[in-house]
Ligand binder design. Structure first.
Ligand code: HSE
Length: 418
């Protein structure tokens, strides 16, 4: 039997996650893991731990031969990447929670792992307490994974819940998310979808072997979602959620994006409220599986970091099976989306970009339509995010190219236009 390694940790960052990890480790003595030093940016700030634990010199950790694990939970993605790089090259395993850093540097991070043969684990970087990365890595074979649909940002889910169920204003809800330690230090990253798309770039790698920079994935956040959209949703029996989605199309390529979406109230993702995250996986024979748990906050995030640290005792590494052991999938924008759009004036809506529009309500001050549009029309321009226009995907969302002719014909027949 392999013996368990003694883990001596150098921790970068003592904010919401770092301090959470410090406390959680104190309550887990069986782990045989101790924090030797914590590197912080601001040495004058009062910390809830003995002063001699702290340093502001990164080399005190990176060059300490006794430290065999670097845990990096800082906010600055550029500094975080430098730490990860140096730590791995200095022979230390690394655990990170920096989703932006990982998403921005995935090819380099893959190369560093190959070069050093060391573990680099980041379960907490996507969906915090839900063990989704390890599940995607270990459980699902390439061919079996049909689609994943997920709520991956806790703050926006919290804001939507507080606004539409508890009737708080957007700014009240955001302030609360900040006070509770859910939001990024720049909350624009949550609200406008940047954080969600970073997590999605990470997850589609483990799901489908796709290595894509987040800049190449269609996304927006909840910044344009209005009270009137929530009212329409309610009337139709839906909730509005910010949903990350990936689906294998009939041609074998993968559609992936992060957009607000109507979710029928009887579906599992509708049940996901506040800072919770949820992941629905559709696979070959199991049909649907639903993962649920806290997606933000100090202890839920620290619990995933702790689990990664525990996995290092057995030298656990991601194998990136879908990337290296199978034919990786290709990301495509060549498919159609069925969308709901609300807007102030028709003049902002290029109707000719739609394949067809099957419903419109133009009387009230806030107008809306439901129609089908090619994904590239959204990728190539941003009229749908401008002039107070709000786009929410319908539950059907993705329409495969192979189905478009037949669906268009049927829709026009239903409208009496054919
Ligand atoms: N700001 C992030 C969120 C924190 O709200 O999901 C967890 O990654």
């Amino acid at each position: 039997m392999e013996t368990q390694k003694q883990l001596t940790i150098g921790l970068f960052g003592f904010g919401v996650v770092g301090e959470g990890l410090y406390k959680v480790l104190q309550q887990t003595p069986s782990l045989k893991a101790t924090i030797k030093k914590v590197c912080i940016k601001n040495p004058t700030k009062k910390r809830n731990a003995p002063a001699d634990l702290f340093t502001s010199d990164k080399n005190d950790l990176l060059n300490d031969a006794e430290i065999n694990v670097i845990v990096e939970v800082i906010d600055d993605s550029i500094a975080a990447f430098e730490i990860v790089q140096t730590a791995l090259l200095n022979g230390k395993a690394v655990v990170s929670a920096s989703k932006k850093m990982i998403a921005d540097n995935l090819p380099a991070i893959l190369a560093l792992q190959e070069q050093t043969g060391l573990s680099f684990l980041y379960e907490s970087a996507a969906c915090a307490s839900i063990p989704v990365i390890r599940n995607l890595e270990e459980y699902y074979d390439n061919d079996l994974l049909h689609s994943i649909k997920a709520i991956v940002n806790g703050s926006t889910n919290f804001i939507l819940t507080k606004m539409f169920e508890d009737k708080l204003s957007f700014s009240e809800a955001l302030l609360l998310a900040q006070q509770l330690g859910f939001a990024e230090s720049n909350p624009k990253l949550d609200v406008e979808g940047f954080d969600a798309v970073n997590k999605w770039a990470i997850l589609i790698n483990h799901a489908y072997g796709i290595v894509s920079h987040p800049d190449n994935i269609l996304f927006t956040g909840i910044q344009n979602v209005q009270g009137t959209d929530a009212a329409v949703a309610k009337e139709k029996g839906y909730d509005i959620k910010l949903i990350a989605q990936a689906k294998k199309l009939k041609n074998g390529k993968v559609a992936a994006f992060v957009l607000p979406q109507f979710i029928p109230v009887n579906e599992p993702l509708s049940f996901v409220k506040n800072e919770y995250n949820g992941v629905v996986i559709e696979s070959g024979f199991a049909d649907k599986q639903f993962f649920y748990g806290k997606g933000a906050g100090s202890f839920p995030t620290a619990s995933a970091v702790l689990s990664d640290i525990a996995a290092l005792r057995y030298n656990y590494k991601y194998e990136y099976k879908k990337l290296y052991h199978h034919q990786p999938h290709i990301l495509t924008n060549d498919f159609y989306l069925k969308v709901y759009l609300s807007f102030d004036d028709w003049k902002y809506i290029p109707r000719e970009h739609f394949e067809w529009i099957e419903e419109w309500h133009a009387q009230a001050e806030r107008k809306y339509l439901i129609g089908v549009i090619h994904c590239n029309q959204l990728v190539e321009s941003d009229w749908w995010k401008s002039n107070n226009t709000s786009l929410v995907l319908t539950p059907e969302a993705i329409i495969d190219n192979l189905d478009i002719v037949h669906l268009k014909k049927r829709s026009l027949e239903l409208a009496g236009l054919n």
